[in-house]
Every structure is written in C-alpha cells, then in structure tokens.
Design a protein around this ligand. Structure first.
Ligand code: 5GP
Ligand code: ZN
Length: 100
C-alpha cells in the first residue's frame, strides 16, 4: 500500500519525529495552520480514527496522551486536537491522524 503516513511513521521517509513510540509517532505538519501543528499517528495503518478505535481503542488514548505530553513539553497553556474523518469533513490523508 502506498501510504505516506505509514512510510513516515516507520522511518521509510526521513522526517524528524517529535515522538517515536512503539505504537504512535508524531511529526510536524508540512503546511502548519498554527505555530504548533503536529500530526500524531498510529504506526499501524487504519484509514480513519473510527476504524482505529474499533481495532485498537487503547492506541486512540495513547495518541491523546502524546498530544498532552507534547503540549506540556512546549509550554502551551492550551491546545486543540482534531480528527477529520472522511473526504467531506476535510480528511485528505487516509491514515488516521490527530492534529495538535
Ligand atoms: P487531513 O486534511 O487529512 O485532516 O490532514 C492531512 C494533513 O497532512 C494536512 O494538514 C497536510 O498539511 C499534512 N500532510 C500531507 N502530506 C504530508 C507530508 O508528506 N508530510 C507532512 N509532514 N504532512 C503532510
Ligand atoms: Zn498508512
């Protein structure tokens, strides 16, 4: 499967990972919409967060733990997290990802 976020999360495409865990990776968005705009992804391929939640609910929780840790490490006093699901809702990469 030709999935850009699979390749990034396993290191096949070299980008700086700001988090690199067993199940979850995170990296800066290519086109940031805010001073901090990080994408947090499962290392396993799931097309969207609904599929991920069914297959691996603990990984969804882990993604939010990573978001909180990254925000704290950057000294943010608040942050927003977004999952877009489906093309009509703005999803353009069909590997589940949490925007921070
Ligand atoms: P979506 O629209 O699917 O919710 O979000 C996809 C996000 O992935 C967009 O914010 C876009 O800028 C980002 N993106 C797309 N391709 C790449 C890439 O190759 N590298 C990185 N770092 N971000 C990407
Ligand atoms: Zn993938």
């Amino acid at each position: 499967m030709d999935c850009i976020f699979c390749k990034i999360s396993v290191g096949e495409i070299p980008v700086e990972l700001v988090h690199d865990g067993e199940n979850v990776a995170a990296f800066n968005d290519l086109a940031p919409q805010a001073p901090t705009h990080i994408l947090i992804v499962p290392k396993a391929h799931h097309a969207n967060v609904g599929d991920l939640a069914i297959a691996s609910p603990a990984v969804v929780g882990e993604m939010f733990q990573v978001a909180a840790a990254l925000a704290a490490a950057r000294g943010l006093d608040g942050y927003r997290t977004v999952f877009n699901t489906g093309e009509s809702a703005g999803q353009s990469v069909f590997h589940a990802h949490l925007h921070l």
